[in-house]
Design a protein around this ligand. Structure first.
Ligand SMILES: NC(=O)c1ccc[n+]([C@@H]2O[C@H](COP(=O)([O-])OP(=O)(O)OC[C@H]3O[C@@H](n4cnc5c(N)ncnc54)[C@H](O)[C@@H]3O)[C@@H](O)[C@H]2O)c1
Length: 277
C-alpha cells in the first residue's frame, strides 16, 4: 500500500530537478500526477519515469505565471484522474539577478510573476476542487533565501519570502476547509537551476555545495521529495502554515555572517533552466 494511494496531484516545475524527483516519488506511492511545466521534452520524460515507477502521469504544458494556464493544469487533473488532492507549486527560476540599482522594474515583475504570482494562482484554483473532495494539501517551494537576507539574489529572495507568508495567510483562511497549506525551504540543491550557470556544471556545483552546510552532503531532489511526500500524505494531517527547512543545517548555523556569498552574482536575467539565457 502506498502513502498516496488514490490521490491526485498537480506538480509544477516537474520536468526537472526537485519537482521531477517528487513526481517520481509520488508515483511510486500510488498517486496520479499532472506534470505541469514549460519544458515539454523534460516533462514527457518525467511522465515516462513516473509510469516506470508504477504511477499514472500526464504532461500539461503550463506557464505558471499565466492564470488561464494554471487553471487548465488543475482542470486537467480533474478531467484525467477525477479529482484533486495535492498541488505542489514548485516551478522556479533565478529571475532578475544582480545589484538592486541595476534591477529593472520589468525584471522585478517577471521574477515575481513566476515565483510568487504562480503560487497565488496555484492556491486560488486548487481550492474549489479540494473543497469538493473534503480537503487537500497545497505545498509550495520557497527557499532558505526567503529566510536569510544574505542567502540569495535580492528579487528571488524577496519573492520566496512572499511565498512563506502567503503560505501562512492561506493556511489560516483555508484550515476550516481541511485544506492544508505548507511550504518547503530548500538549501543549496544540485539541480539545473544552479548548475546551468556554474562553470563546470553539475560536478563543479557539487563541489561548491558539499561543505556550505553542517551536514557535508550535497542536497538533491530526493531530499526535497521526502519532505513533499510527508506534507502531501495524511501523516501531516495536523500540519499547516509551516515553512519546512530542508537544508542540511544551513539556517541553523546562521547566515554567511555578512560579506560576499557564493550566491553573489553579476546583473543578468536567469530564465527557466532548460532555456539558454
Ligand atoms: N536548486 C536550489 O538550490 C534551490 C534552492 C531553494 C529553492 N529552489 C526552488 O526550487 C524550485 C525548483 O527548482 P529546481 O532547483 O528543481 O530547478 P530546475 O530548474 O531543475 O526545475 C525548475 C522547473 O521549473 C520550470 N519552470 C520555470 N519557469 C516556469 C514557468 N514560468 N512555468 C512553468 N514551469 C517553469 C523549469 O522548466 C524547470 O523544469 C524552484 O522554485 C526554485 O526556486 C531551488
Amino acid at each position: 500500500m502506498g502513502r498516496l494511494d488514490n490521490k491526485v496531484a498537480v506538480i509544477t516545475g516537474a520536468a526537472s530537478g526537485m519537482g521531477r524527483a517528487t513526481a517520481i516519488r509520488f508515483a511510486g506511492e500510488g498517486a496520479a500526477i499532472v506534470i505541469a511545466d514549460l519544458n515539454q521534452e523534460g516533462g514527457e520524460a518525467a511522465v515516462r519515469e513516473c509510469r516506470e515507477n508504477g504511477g499514472r502521469a500526464v504532461f500539461q504544458k503550463t506557464d505558471v505565471a499565466d492564470e488561464a494556464q494554471v487553471k487548465a493544469a488543475i482542470a486537467r487533473a480533474v478531467s484525467e484522474f477525477g479529482r484533486l488532492d495535492i498541488t505542489y507549486n514548485n516551478a522556479g527560476l533565478g529571475g532578475a539577478l544582480g545589484p538592486i540599482e541595476n534591477t529593472t522594474v520589468e525584471n522585478w515583475d517577471r521574477t515575481f510573476a513566476v515565483l510568487l504570482r504562480s503560487v497565488f494562482l496555484g492556491i486560488k484554483h486548487s481550492v474549489p476542487e479540494m473543497r469538493k473532495v473534503g480537503g487537500g494539501s497545497i505545498i509550495s517551494t520557497a527557499s532558505i533565501a526567503g529566510i536569510l537576507g544574505a542567502a540569495g539574489p535580492l528579487v528571488y529572495s524577496v519573492a520566496k519570502c512572499g511565498v512563506i507568508h502567503l503560505t501562512r495567510c492561506a493556511a489560516v483562511e483555508l484550515g476550516k476547509d481541511r485544506i492544508r497549506v505548507n511550504c518547503i525551504c530548500p538549501g543549496g540543491i544540485n539541480t539545473p537551476l544552479l548548475h546551468k550557470h556554474i562553470p563546470g556544471g553539475e560536478e563543479a556545483t557539487r563541489q561548491l555545495l558539499q561543505n556550505i552546510q553542517p551536514i557535508p552532503k550535497v542536497g538533491d531532489g530526493d531530499d526535497i521529495a521526502g519532505m513533499a511526500l510527508y506534507l502531501a500524505s495524511d501523516d501531516s494531517q495536523w500540519v499547516t502554515g509551516t515553512a519546512m527547512v530542508v537544508d542540511g543545517g544551513f539556517v541553523a548555523r546562521g547566515s554567511f555572517l555578512g560579506g560576499p556569498s557564493v550566491f553573489d552574482v553579476p546583473t543578468r536575467w536567469s530564465g527557466p533552466s532548460f532555456e539558454k539565457d
